[in-house]
Design a binder for this molecule. Sequence first.
Ligand code: ACO
Length: 412
Amino acid sequence: MTTELRALRPVEWDAWYDNLLRTFSVVEAAGERDLYRELTETDRGLGVWDGDQPVATAGLFSFRMTVPGGALVPSAGVTMVSVAPTHRRRGLLRALMRRQLDDVRENGEPLAVLTASEPEIYGRFGYGLASREMGATIDLGRVSLDVPEGADDIRLRLTHDPASVSEACEELYGRLVPLRPGMLERRPGWERLPLLDPEAKREGASPLRCVTAERNGELVGYARYAVKPAWDDHEVPRATVLLRDLEAVDPAAHGALWRYLFSLDLASTLRLTARPLDDPWLHMVSNPRRCAPYWNDGLFVRPVDVGAALAARTYAAPVDVVFEVEDAFCPWNTGRWRLSGDAKGAQCAPTRDAADLALTVRELGAAYLGGVPLSALAGAGRVRELRTGGGALREASTAFRSDVEPWLPHGF
Ligand SMILES: CC(=O)SCCNC(=O)CCNC(=O)[C@H](O)C(C)(C)COP(=O)(O)OP(=O)(O)OC[C@H]1O[C@@H](n2cnc3c(N)ncnc32)[C@H](O)[C@@H]1OP(=O)(O)O
């Protein structure tokens, strides 16, 4: 087999995308191809060709991601990775990852990020699981909600045309981006993604609708959802409310929107996916157990330039530690790095000083957004204390934590 790994040419996009669809065995729905064609940064696409046939794909998005402290840091979003079943397990993914991370480094992005089809794939390339997301199946008949003061002052409006209020919702979303690590600044065109609602993928649910929350005429929150109607054998209504996304700027706005979703007529279940671990509704419900919360993996983070990545965020407490970093896939990161920082800023540079903590770049990626404690990774043997007399783990672990759980509200 002779194959060629090279950059994607714009005219090849459809065949390249078809390889992705075939590999994922997904049925294409109306609107998806046009949207992804528009969103794809063709000049950052890679593929492997066997003759004139694409047999592997990988893409990058030029995102900026919020890190602890609120800075937006250039982060390459790895996407559309596929290897045709005829060509799997011959090293094509590894070759694509090699070329991609070299390109990201050359492009000066300190981080690469991704969401994984299967979590076990990307650790070997230095990606660590940095954010988790929560799902829940809430038994509306058994769970009540105690909403905060001010919820009654919120005016809710329902629209069956979410696009008609999208601009205002996007403006609100933009205000929230700097407040939570892991959120991605919207790039042009991405506002269409949360509105994508092909009939073929609804599985009996209604079209998407949007409820907006206003206080004194100003938008303070919104929720997009669909309802899947159902009636049991005794004609009892048992609809399921499927929440697509919800954003709100303060407790009262959250309260009003969650109360709305918890009390829709004819519904017996509210299903949530991809919510942040610290979602406010968890602390408003009478019975969290009957909400069956669970968590799943969210965003994987890979420091591509360890020094620049660690210096780009701030730290919850003063920290001055030397990390002994091992990075087998990107050896330019391997070595000792001194990180000194606090809540105002940080510096990180190579050093010859004695190391305080040893870890691989994957653990640095996992801890980077502040959601995974270094101490928990140390408990699993993945971070080792080297400082004589100890104390470095506690110092670094405290400093890395974020007050707000990292979260990626949407896939890419
Ligand atoms: C960010 C995203 O786009 S996520 C989407 C990823 N794509 C998919 O899941 C689509 C379906 N699967 C595929 O297309 C392919 O099987 C891929 C892309 C996952 C793997 O491609 P391959 O070319 O077969 O991988 P490759 O041969 O380079 O393997 C590299 C290593 O990863 C391992 N690996 C590859 N796929 C998997 C997997 N699904 N689960 C666990 N390990 C895996 C290989 O065993 C190999 O291990 P090694 O480092 O010990 O040698």
